[in-house]
Design a protein around this ligand. Structure first.
Ligand code: PLP
Ligand code: COI
Length: 348
C-alpha cells in the first residue's frame, strides 16, 4: 500500500537537520511489568504525568539511526542491531525495562514503512532520521525509577547535521566544561549527557566553531569526543587512531569506519588515548563521525586560546577522510558491495 503513495513534495536537497513532522509514530507502553500492544499514532504530542521521572530525573534514553533509499528504490537500514544493543545498555544503566529485539526491529521497520512518503529519494543527499526513545513516565516524586515506560519511535527526513552538504569541513572548540565523569554515564546514549552539553555547544558556537570538543574530565589532556560525534584521526605515520575512553559514546559510525580502514583500505588502526597538546603536530587529518554527522573533516581546533590548523598546508579535505566517507556512504546507500553484511532492507 505504502509503495503507491506519492513522495511528499519537499525540496529534499535543501533539508537541514531539523524536526519535520511526519505522519506516523510508533508507541508502546510498559505497564505492570509487561509491554502492552503497540500502536501507530498520528499525534506527535505525548501527554506525560507531571511527576514523570523522565522530566525530573532524566530517566530516559534514545537512539539515532538512518534509513536510506538505494538506487533501485529499496530502503536500507545500517546495522540496526547495534542501536538495539546500545539502547538496552542505556536502559539497563538507568533501571529501565529491556526492549525485546523483535519489538525494537518491528518498531523501526513499521515506522519507516508507515512514513514511506517521507523517505528522501535516492540521489538527494538526504535520509530519513529515526529516533527511538524510551522514557520513564507515570506519577513519582522521590528519586526512584518509574513504574511505567513509553517506548516511541518517530522519524524525520534530514539533510546534513553541520551546514554544508556532504563532506563539509567543520571546526571544533575544546570546552572547559566536562561532558562526562570517568565512571559516569558518558558511554550511554541518555539525554542527561546532552543537556549538560548545551552550554558547551553554545560557547563553542560563540567562538565560531560548529561544536564543542571534550577532553577527558579527569585530567583535561586526552581527546574524548565532540558534542554529537566521535573523533577519528589520521596520523602522519598513516595510522588511523580513535581515542579510547570509557566516557565516550561507543559510536556505530566510528566502529564501522575503523573496520573499513583496516579491512578495505589496509590502514593500521588503533584505539588508544590521544593526548591533544603533545600529539597535535602528528595529526594529518581529523574527522568527527556519527549517524547525524556522517563524517565531517575537522579543519581547525580551538584550544589554549588559539585556533590550531589540522591541515597545515591549507588543504580542506584529506585523502583518508575522503576515502572513508566515500566507502561508508557508498555502503549505506547500497552503491558499494555490502561485504560486511551491515545493511538491513526494510520491505515496503
Ligand atoms: N558521540 C555522541 C555524543 C553522539 O551523540 C553520537 C551520535 O549518536 C556519536 C558519538 C556517534 O554515534 P553513532 O555513530 O552511533 O551515531
Ligand atoms: C545522532 O547522530 O544520531 C545523534 O543522536 C546526535 C544528536 C545530537 C543529533
Amino acid at each position: 500500500m505504502n509503495k503507491k503513495l506519492a513522495k511528499k513534495d519537499l525540496n529534499w536537497a535543501e533539508l537541514g537537520f531539523q524536526y519535520l513532522r511526519t505522519d506516523f509514530r510508533y508507541s508502546c507502553s510498559f505497564i505492570n511489568g509487561e509491554w502492552q500492544p503497540s500502536t501507530m499514532l498520528q499525534d506527535e504530542n505525548l501527554v506525560v504525568h507531571e511527576g514523570a521521572p523522565a522530566l525530573h530525573y532524566a530517566q530516559q534514553c534514545f537512539e539515532g539511526m538512518k534509513a536510506q533509499t538505494a538506487e533501485d528504490g529499496s530502503i536500507l537500514l545500517f546495522r540496526p542491531e547495534l542501536n538495539y544493543e546500545r539502547m538496552n545498555q542505556a536502559a539497563a544503566r538507568l533501571l529501565m525495562p529491556e526492549i525485546p529485539a523483535l519489538m525494537f526491529l518491528d518498531a523501526i521497520e513499521s515506522t519507516v514503512q508507515a512514513n514511506y512518503a517521507w523517505i528522501p529519494p535516492y540521489g538527494t543527499g538526504a535520509s530519513l532520521y529515526i529516533r527511538p526513545m524510551l522514557i520513564g513516565v507515570g506519577e513519582n516524586l522521590g528519586l526512584q525509577p518509574a513504574r511505567r515506560y513509553d517506548f516511541r519511535v518517530f522519524v524525520s527526513p534530514v539533510g546534513p547535521y553541520y551546514s554544508g552538504a556532504g563532506l563539509g569541513v567543520i571546526n571544533l572548540a575544546v570546552s572547559n566544561l566536562d561532558r562526562a565523569a570517568p565512571r559516569g554515564t558518558g558511554s550511554f546514549k541518555i539525554g542527561a549527557n546532552y543537556a549538560g552539553g548545551l552550554m558547551a555547544t553554545r560557547m563553542a558556537k560563540d567562538l565560531g566553531a560548529s561544536e564543542a570538543l571534550y577532553l577527558d574530565a579527569a585530567e583535561g589532556r586526552f581527546i574524548d569526543e565532540a558534542g554529537s560525534a566521535n573523533i577519528i584521526i589520521s596520523m602522519k605515520d598513516g595510522t588511523l587512531v580513535s581515542p579510547a575512553s570509557h566516557a565516550i559514546l561507543p559510536g556505530i559510525t566510528r566502529r564501522s569506519l575503523m573496520t573499513i580502514a583496516e579491512v578495505q583500505l589496509g590502514l593500521n588502526t588503533e584505539q588508544r588515548p590521544v593526548e591533544l597538546r603533545t600529539e597535535f603536530e602528528s595529526f594529518d587529518e581529523m574527522g568527527a563521525c556519527g549517524t547525524a554527522a556522517v563524517l565531517s573533516p575537522v579543519g581547525q581546533i580551538w584550544y589554549d586560546r588559539a585556533w590550531h590548523n589540522v591541515y597545515k598546508d591549507g588543504q580542506t579535505v584529506g585523502p583518508v577522510m575522503q576515502k572513508l566517507y566515500d566507502t561508508l556512504v557508498g555502503i549505506q546507500k547500497g552503491e558499494l558491495e555490502d561485504t560486511f553484511g551491515w545493511l538491513h532492507e526494510v520491505s515496503i
